[in-house]
Design a protein around this ligand. Sequence first.
Ligand code: LIP
Length: 264
Amino acid sequence: MSDLLSIARTIALEAGELAARRKAEGVEVVDRKSSPVDVVTAADRETEALIRARLAELRPDDGFFGEESGAETGTSGLTWIVDPIDGTVNFLYGIPHYAVSIAVVEGEPDPLSWRALAGCVVNPASGEVYTAAAGGGAYLGERRLEVAASVELSQALIATGFAYSAEERARQGAIVAALLPQVRDIRRMGTASLDLCAVAAGRANAYFERTLSPWDHAAGALIAREAGAIVKGRADAAPSRDLIIAAAPELAEVLEAELVELGI
Ligand code: LIP
């Protein structure tokens, strides 16, 4: 497990350096994906290519599933789930809040069934490095992380995010508008992996989002869980495109009930 974690960490740091260098040199948008605002930059592709090449060197029998270059099955039963630049819009706008996210899972590369073994989330702009191994706890640098104690919904600082689809954003916006008067405040920070790490570090009491891809939450969910948070989907389901919620156990339950009430 620790070998897998050190590989994730080493490669995430290398990829973070490359992304930061490309940011300094100027960001080039090379394509659009699910909508006119869902952009791909040259750095997204180059960073993923670096990660994929390094993993092929160090773990040739493992599978790979990345945001920009898709999936390849391995023979080892393990798969690396990679988001080379999570928070691409922040990266594009020069907002120093984006991340390289690398996780390794056992089983099918499907969040509904996989078992996450190790994960690393690096914010190249802040230099913060979040890590976790299954059963081994979560860390920010050398500091062991613990999720904030559960609070009343009215006292909760809640992170969330919005999709690239205007139609979905309209639905998400209506739910957030209804939730806002019931909570301390909302934070839209733009990077799902760092939102999950914020819950792990006690910088937010909870996080929820719909329409995320597996690479957006693979590493962050393990880090939040190893810090003591409940990380779940709707009802008893695992986190997925349908829904991800992360918070201390009691708050997670109350927040989910309220979100369902609001029609999430
Ligand atoms: C982003 C997520 C964010 C979400 C965006 C997008 P990307 O990932 O980190 O939480 O709100 O819609 O999915 O596209 O930057 O890898």
